[in-house]
Every structure is written in structure tokens, then in C-alpha cells.
Design a protein around this ligand. Structure first.
Ligand code: NDP
Length: 280
């Protein structure tokens, strides 16, 4: 079997077109969805992510504000900025680009965001709502993956989904979303013993480990759907995923590429969450 490629870029473009129409509608009612992005310090990767997020906002007609601070700012100063944004009627979504400098506690910062403006879905209030299966803001990467699975018509009911990675940003919310959609979910991580014997049972395999080319064909069941979240640099400095694409493609029914898979969906879901916040 040669797997079909899930074109994240194309799905994201389609979704952005729909969102752009919703934004037009909201504007006619006098509401322009607004996203505030806070960047502390000058980490080059974070700067690129933030630039891409802003570009995407503009593309669909949203309002976006970049608030940039030197890495020496105090935690209190940052918390005050968030308190102001929580009250700002023109801002519907607040995103603090992570990582933050070491002297600032990210959990404290995330908890200071009004849960109704928590478009990253990291606030414990939204995390809790996801767990009890209530409507909430869900982290963008797992949300984008669900959209992709819907796009290919993959019915999760009763399927065995194996998620490799248990971060709060990707792995844990991913598994929870799949469970809420009636999949049987197994989480794996760096302490999992004999990983391939577990991943080979997966109808749906999602890798979010951040290790270039770790997932070879030996980890994959014939006909599985394989989603590669990893964004890594290989030995030549080229962007690559966790999955050895050319090899795994021969076994999978569907597979996401890197780049052009999960990445474009993540940004699009940030837009979707901000539009949702504006509607609320
Ligand atoms: P973290 O480093 O926070 O988590 C990685 C997880 O993978 C951990 O749970 C770790 O286990 C597990 N792990 C690491 N190595 C192995 C291994 N060899 N075998 C099994 N499990 C392993 O990363 P993130 O969740 O934040 O991100 C994961 C990847 O996804 C990164 O490459 C990141 O760049 C990418 N990413 C891509 C996005 C996109 O839009 N495409 C968005 C967000 C992230 P343990 O808990 O035991 O340490």
C-alpha cells in the first residue's frame, strides 16, 4: 500500500477561506476579531512563529497586535499587561509565545489570561473542560489534527489511536480529544518499553516526540493513518518530522508530510479559536 498524503496546506487554505467569510460577517456586525500576541525576548524561532501568526491574521482580515518586550521585564510587568488585555474590548484572543525567560513562571502567566480569551487552550479551566467533555478552547495543534482526520473521513469510533508524546501542548490534549471521539487511546513516551510493539497496534499513529526520522516502517501497521507532528532539523539543517516519510508512506493508508502537514493547520486553528472567542 502507498499512503495518500494529507495536504495540511490545502486543508488550511480551505479553512482560512471559510474563516475569512466569518470574519467579514462579524465585521458587518461591528466586531473585528482581535488577537494580541506577546513576545518576550528575541528567540529567533519564536520571532518566526509570531510573524507567521500575525501574517495569517491579516490574511483573513483579523486585527492583530504584537506586543514585544525585552527579556529583562519582570513577571509582574507581564502580568499587568495581560490584565489590561483581559479588559480590552478589541482583543478577543491573547497568546503568550513560549518559552518565556527563566525568571518568569509560564504557568502563572497562563493562569492570568482570561479563560474566555485563552485561544491557545492552555489555561487549567479550559484543560479541565476538555477533560470533562465540555465545549472549550482546545490547543491548536491537536485541534488541527482532528480537522485533518475529519477531512479524510476517518471515523475514530472504536479505533486504536496511539499518541507518542505527553506534553501539555500536544500529546495530552491530543489523546483526550481522541478519547472524547470514542477512540481507544494509548499514550507512549520516553519511558515506554518496546515502543514499536505498541505503535504497530495503532489504526491511528500520532508522533509528537521531536526526534528526526525516529518512526520507521517497523513502528507502523499496514494501512494505519500516520500523523507527524514533529518539527525537527536533520543533520543537514533541513526541516523534517519524526517519521521516516518515504519508508512509512509505503505502509500507511494516509500520512502527513513535514513541512506542509500539521504545521499549517496549527496556525489556522489559532485563527479559528480567535474567531470563536470573538463570537462568544
Ligand atoms: P516535548 O519535548 O514537550 O514533548 C516530547 C514528548 O515526546 C515527551 O512526552 C517525551 O517523553 C516524548 N519522547 C521524546 N523522545 C521520545 C522517544 N524517543 N520515544 C518516545 N517518546 C519520546 O515536545 P512538544 O510536545 O512540545 O513537541 C513535540 C514535537 O512537535 C516537536 O518536534 C515540536 O517542534 C513539534 N511541534 C509541532 C507543532 C506543529 O504545529 N507542527 C506544534 C507543536 C509542536 P517524556 O515525557 O517521557 O520526556
Amino acid at each position: 500500500m502507498v499512503g495518500q498524503i494529507i495536504d495540511g496546506k490545502a486543508i488550511a487554505t480551505k479553512k482560512k477561506r471559510e474563516l475569512s467569510q466569518t470574519v467579514d460577517g462579524l465585521k458587518k456586525e461591528g466586531v473585528t476579531p482581535g488577537l494580541a500576541v506577546i513576545l518576550v525576548g528575541n528567540d529567533p524561532a519564536s520571532q518566526t512563529y509570531v510573524r507567521n501568526k500575525q501574517k495569517a491574521c491579516v490574511e483573513i482580515g483579523m486585527h492583530s497586535e504584537l506586543i514585544q518586550y525585552d527579556e529583562t521585564i519582570t513577571e509582574e510587568f507581564l502580568l499587568n499587561t495581560i490584565a489590561e488585555l483581559n479588559e480590552d474590548k478589541n482583543i478577543h484572543g491573547i497568546l503568550v509565545q513560549l518559552p518565556l525567560p527563566n525568571h518568569i513562571n509560564p504557568n502563572k502567566v497562563i493562569k492570568s489570561i482570561d479563560p474566555r480569551k485563552d485561544v491557545d487552550g492552555f489555561h487549567p479551566y479550559n484543560v479541565g473542560k476538555l477533560v470533562i467533555g465540555e465545549e472549550s478552547f482546545v490547543p491548536c495543534t491537536p485541534l488541527g489534527i482532528i480537522e485533518m482526520l475529519e477531512e479524510i473521513g476517518f471515523d475514530l469510533t472504536g479505533k486504536h489511536a496511539v499518541v507518542i508524546g505527553r506534553s501539555t501542548i500536544v500529546g495530552k490534549p491530543m489523546g483526550q480529544l481522541l478519547l472524547n471521539k470514542n477512540a481507544t487511546v494509548t499514550y507512549c513516551h520516553s519511558k515506554t518499553k518496546d515502543l514499536p510493539s505498541i505503535t504497530r497496534q495503532a489504526d491511528l499513529l500520532i508522533s509528537a516526540i521531536g526526534q528526526p526520522y525516529e518512526i520507521t516502517a517497523d513502528y507502523v501497521k499496514e494501512g494505519a493513518v500516520v500523523i507527524d507532528v514533529g518539527m525537527n532539523r536533520n543533520e543537514h539543517g533541513k526541516l523534517c518530522g519524526d517519521v521516516l516519510f518515504d519508508e512509512v508512506k509505503q505502509k500507511a493508508s494516509y500520512i502527513t508530510p513535514v513541512p506542509g502537514g500539521v504545521g499549517p493547520m496549527t496556525i489556522t486553528m489559532l485563527l479559528a479559536n480567535t474567531v470563536k472567542a470573538a463570537k462568544l
